[in-house]
Design a protein around this ligand. Structure first.
Ligand code: HEM
Ligand code: HEM
Length: 183
């Protein structure tokens, strides 16, 4: 018998959403905790930041490809037009930043032509950006500014999800969280 429950995102989309969210949070925590460490420890920790960041980039490409082939479930009928528009713009900008932040980070560390080690298992080549100091500076500045912009968007995204779950009490959150029962 066909289920009458509100449809969810696909299992793949849900796993990628929460896995990438976890890795992104870890990358902020790593970058912030590395700041005041002695040089050797800072370099070691930022090695994890770079490898983790390139994993986020790869998983995001897979996720966007998956998303282009599998449409998301429809929004709850109770949502107003502005809420749908705000959610769409926020999601689009989040995808953009999930690509732009790791790419600017990779560009920033590629000036010397050194590859990035992926947790000591294999090496990922530098981007062909050349030793241009000004360009390196732009990547560096953009990386930091975009990471702050993403924090703002994530605050909005999470506030929206919690508003739907706790105040509106609709199915928005259950579409992305399989452990929540649908109302
Ligand atoms: C780094 C953290 C996160 C990122 C980058 C992120 C990103 C995204 C993106 C891009 C979408 C759009 C999915 C699509 O339609 O293709 C989405 C959907 C969603 N996210 Fe997140 N998310 C994060 C954390 C969270 C957290 C912590 C929550 C819950 C508190 C959450 C709840 C949701 C919900 C409920 C949806 C479905 C919304 C809808 O379809 O209208 N996300 N997320
Ligand atoms: C989604 C993935 C990423 C996030 C969220 C992220 C976030 C951040 C944050 C918050 C900082 C600290 C900025 C500050 O001090 O104000 C930082 C610094 C840094 N990131 Fe990333 N990053 C990501 C990916 C990458 C990648 C892929 C690389 C390189 C391959 C990279 C290389 C660096 C470097 C070298 C720094 C230190 C910059 C400095 O010395 O000031 N990041 N990142």
């Amino acid at each position: 018998m066909k289920s009458t429950l509100a449809p969810r995102y696909t299992r793949v989309a849900i796993i990628l959403h929460w896995l990438i969210a976890l890795l992104i949070v870890a990358n902020y925590v790593i970058a912030w905790s590395a700041e005041d460490l002695p040089k050797a420890e800072l370099i070691a920790l930022m090695g994890y930041h770079k490898a983790n960041g390139l994993s986020i980039l790869t998983l995001t490409l897979v996720r966007i490809a998956w998303r282009l082939v599998h449409k998301g479930p429809p929004f709850s009928a109770a949502l107003s037009a502005w809420e749908v528009a705000l959610a769409r713009v926020t999601h689009f900008l989040l995808y953009f930043l999930m690509l732009a932040i790791p790419l600017t980070g990779w560009g920033m560390v590629s000036g010397g032509g050194d590859p990035v080690s992926w947790f000591g298992l294999f090496e990922i080549p530098a981007l062909p950006v050349g030793p241009d100091k000004a360009l390196g500076g732009i990547f560096h500045e953009s990386h930091e500014v975009l990471a702050i912009v993403m924090l703002g968007l994530l605050a909005l995204h999470i506030a929206g999800a919690l508003k739907h779950q706790l105040l509106d009490r609709d199915d928005t959150m259950a579409r992305m969280a399989p452990f929540l029962s649908r109302r």
